[in-house]
Design a protein around this ligand. Structure first.
Ligand code: SAH
Length: 187
């Protein structure tokens, strides 16, 4: 697992998703080296950097050109190579030209989560996994409802992590934002 502090960050791109979130997303995605992965809303590249070395191919998609540049920079920084395609477009559009997906990670969707999930469903292989990270309560509800409507049996967990800062006089625990991880597997 990469260290949160080692990512290059900029103020106009959110992320990276924190270490504990990346660990659970990896676990839920159950990625194999023969898998095709899409990272919708790649941001700083937190998920792309973890998935690229252990999957067959990854599509890193973001509407923000700065996010694409930053993801590329982080891949270089961590010396990660692999079959990576960058798409600077809306996930709801980019997904139209991608088929046979094994794992879809959705870390950003704007207001298009329903549309993105409908498309992902048509492109996801049998036994494929969807993993969504959500900060807004509304996104959590929307994700669960849409996945149910599409015939999935979604799971949701919210993770609240505190990490310790080791100071001279003791260890101070500092809380990170709670993040929900919604996951589902196609039949
Ligand atoms: N998981 C990332 C952080 C994601 S931040 C990391 O670990 O670095 C969310 C990202 O989603 C932002 O960069 C935003 O530009 C992007 N985004 C939002 N709506 C989108 C959409 N409809 N299609 C593609 N990208 C989108």
């Amino acid at each position: 697992m990469l260290n949160d502090m080692d990512f290059i960050t900029t103020c106009d791109v959110p992320g990276p998703s924190k270490e504990a979130v990346r660990a659970i997303v990896l676990y839920k995605a159950d990625v194999k080296d023969s898998d095709v992965v899409v990272d919708v809303g790649c941001g700083t590249g937190g998920f792309t950097c973890e998935f690229a070395p252990i999957s067959k191919k990854i599509y890193s998609i973001d509407t923000n050109p700065e996010a694409i540049k930053l993801t590329e920079k982080n891949l270089k920084k961590f010396k990660i190579d692999g079959d990576i395609t960058f798409i600077n477009d809306d996930g709801a559009n980019a997904l139209k030209s991608i088929d046979n997906i094994d794992v879809a990670i959705i870390g950003g969707s704007g207001r298009k989560l329903n549309e993105i999930l409908e498309l992902v469903d048509t492109k996801l292989k049998s036994k494929g996994r969807i993993v969504i990270t959500a900060i807004l309560v509304d996104t959590k509800v929307e994700a669960i409802n849409k996945l149910k409507e599409l015939g999935y049996n979604p799971q949701i967990m919210e993770i609240n992590v505190s990490k310790g800062r080791v100071l001279d006089r003791g260890i101070m625990m500092m809380g990170e934002n709670p993040i929900a991880i919604i996951s589902a597997k196609k039949r």
